[in-house]
Design a protein around this ligand. Structure first.
Ligand code: FEO
Length: 407
């Protein structure tokens, strides 16, 4: 689909972004069943400005849109609220046709862009409270770090009452209509996007929402998905709700037992460990075979647990691919400090527990000082060990839970 449309937001501000309906995954692992959009905005002020660019491969379409709204060489400012290449991918190309432009962003953003573009450019570092005079319009900058990189800021266009937020309040949802009141229901895309991109940064999301409360917002212009011209408050409120819930999660009483099993031996261990857990605590026990589990479901389970026990057979002195996928779904920013342990059946050497514990440690989880490894098929004494192990793990979880409640 070639999209040449420019969409008005106010008399002087236009959407000049691009549609990417065929995108299957974002950042390699995030499923994007509705595709996405890379939103860029043009401010037709006395000093012309562009906010965000687009992914690099869309340069021909993007340049064509830019030329519809202005002579690119007249662009004086390029505002970057976030420098992940889905937004900053065309900064280098844009600077080539707008050589006098000054790139405006946080200190981190400018540093990141120098590495991304490989050359120097005119820049202006901004922080909360700073303003930029566009002649007849004024931009205000708001620190909003870690949404979703350390470089992120929000930009407020005072006269038009528009808030530009890049990843915040966005979603991977591609629809030609582009306005939130014209694209139909996109709530599931919004929720999924928050979970995948922003949930690890929930504390920062809440801080940013506090900062924008005093603004008399007409429209929120995110970096992905629908332009929020009618229902922006709904999506700010949803973001606050999801972020608050995520922050409360360390106190959530849920233990994940995840495993793979070739001959049901590791399965038997998993269920006996669960028995021990349930004898000693009232935490919800989420026990699951992850052999065929989709990455996003696995990630969801890890995000929602407060402790995890991971089981793998040892195969040729190694753990299984699904166990490596489990580690890929752990997010140290989100999961740091959760209690984690290993178990499994093995035949000859039994490296699985050490490999699991080492990976947990590297991912900043708190490694439990016990594990259960059983040679070949478990028998009654092994089951008793599993139950004792489960009880000990439960006791430690209760201690940690009480500690977190007293903080
Ligand atoms: Fe849409 Fe973090 O980039």
């Amino acid at each position: 689909m070639t999209d040449e449309r420019i969409l008005p937001i106010t008399d002087d501000v236009s959407w000049i972004g691009v549609l990417d309906p065929g995108l299957i995954t974002f950042d390699i692992v995030m499923e994007t069943k509705y595709g996405t959009t890379y939103n860029s905005y043009f401010i037709n002020a006395e000093k012309k400005a562009v906010i965000e660019t687009t992914k690099e491969k869309f340069w021909p379409t993007y340049l064509s849109k830019l030329k519809h709204v202005t002579d690119p060489s007249e662009i004086q400012y390029i505002i970057v609220d976030h420098t992940e290449p889905d937004h900053s991918g065309n900064i280098r190309n844009l600077l080539a046709v707008a050589p006098d432009a000054t790139v405006v962003g946080s200190g981190n953003a400018i540093k990141f862009l120098r590495d991304q573009t490989g050359h120097d450019f005119k820049s202006l570092v901004v922080k909360s409270g700073d303003t930029l005079d566009l002649g007849n319009k004024t931009l205000h900058f708001i620190n909003a770090p870690n949404l979703h990189w350390p470089d992120s800021i929000y930009t407020w266009l005072e006269e038009d009452r528009l808030l530009f937020t890049c990843d915040s309040f966005g979603c991977h949802f591609c629809h030609e209509a582009m306005y939130d009141d014209a694209v139909g229901d996109f709530d599931d895309a919004f929720t999924y996007y928050f979970d995948a991109i922003l949930r690890p940064f929930s504390k920062y999301m809440l801080q940013a929402i506090e900062k924008i409360k005093p603004l008399d917002i007409r429209c929120i212009c995110p970096g992905h998905g629908p332009i929020l011209r009618s229902n922006w408050q709904k999506y700010v409120d949803l973001s606050a709700k999801y972020a608050s819930r995520a922050i409360a999660m360390p106190n959530e009483k849920r233990i994940l037992i995840a495993y793979v099993s070739a001959y049901e031996n590791t399965t038997l261990l998993a269920h006996k460990i669960a028995e021990g857990l349930s004898q000693s605590c009232d935490f919800l026990i989420d026990i699951c075979d992850i052999e065929s589990m989709h990455f996003s479901k696995l990630e969801d389970k890890i995000a929602h647990c407060s402790g995890m026990i991971l089981g793998s057979p040892t195969l040729n002195q190694n753990i299984l691919p699904q166990i490596y996928q489990f580690f890929a779904a752990v997010n140290p920013i989100r999961d740091k400090g959760k209690l984690a342990a290993a178990f499994g059946s093995y035949g000859w050497s039994g490296e699985a527990s050490r490999m699991i514990e080492t990976n947990f440690s590297l991912l900043k989880l708190r490694v439990f000082d016990q594990n259960v490894m059983v040679k070949f098929k478990p028998h009654e004494p092994d089951f008793e060990r599993c139950i004792s192990f489960g009880k000990a793990f439960a006791d430690r979880m209760i201690e940690m839970y009480q500690l977190s409640c007293n903080l």
